[in-house]
Design a protein around this ligand. Sequence first.
Ligand SMILES: [Zn+2]
Ligand SMILES: [Zn+2]
Length: 297
Amino acid sequence: MRFLFWLVLAVFFLAAFSVWLGWGRQGEWSVVSGWANISKPERDWADQSVAAYGDLENHPTLDWVGHATLLVEWGGKRLVTDPVNSCCVNVAPRLFAEPVLSDTEPLDAILLSHAHMDHLDNATLERLRPTRLFLPAGSERFLSDAVRTRHEVVLIQLWEPTQLGALEIISVPAQHGGWRYPWQKGLFACGYVVRHGDESLYIAGDTAAGAHFKEIRSRYAPRYTVLPIGAYSPEWFLRSRHLNPEEALDAAAQVGAEYVVPYHFGTFRLSLEPVDEPLRRFASKALQREQKWFLSM
Ligand SMILES: [Zn+2]
Ligand SMILES: [Zn+2]
């Protein structure tokens, strides 16, 4: 009888947890991510920002395809960051089906920031067209054999530049663990600066607040930046690993970026905040601070 009680209780909690994670309930990206719920003035501000952005002579095209996956087109090259197409990360399901990165997308490079499951996904990497795969030196141990043979693996060190046609790609520090499991040591997480002519784009990867933003500003003065805004609750645990939306805007100011694209939110439930909260908080504060930002799909 007692066994039956615990069994029923366990099944109940598992079912409740699955519902909370969002299993079986995919929705429209705009609703899931919070875009549909930001106020009209906030949306107008983003629309105004993107219109001004489009008028700039030398700017990258930045398309968000969920979580930390961003397609970058610049200087005749196509890059993608941390591609994750899979149905789930750990036990968390993908909360919207479209948009998603196509397996046949022509790519000149894949930029991986670190080995966490929501950034390095072998199942996705095994299907993408063969290309160059940049990742922090040491993290190659997490690549499957199929990924190693499919792509040209480029192991990077911090601050080391690599030329890719007209682009220069530099790995920059992040305030975040590089390990996949807590007992692994000697690994690092990074962001990337991509330079074309005299303009720079800073893609932060996973990061908490830190002195690296000012250092990146002093070296590259990026006009464009991509910053993570989600996975911050509970803050007592995650503040040393991730930015919340307001901290992301502080980071944008420290970097001196004119334009911000938010990412790392609204796709998988990886932490305790409501899935649509990061973008709502970000949009509200960005308008208050008159920080130009946009989200393009
Ligand atoms: Zn991470
Ligand atoms: Zn992450």
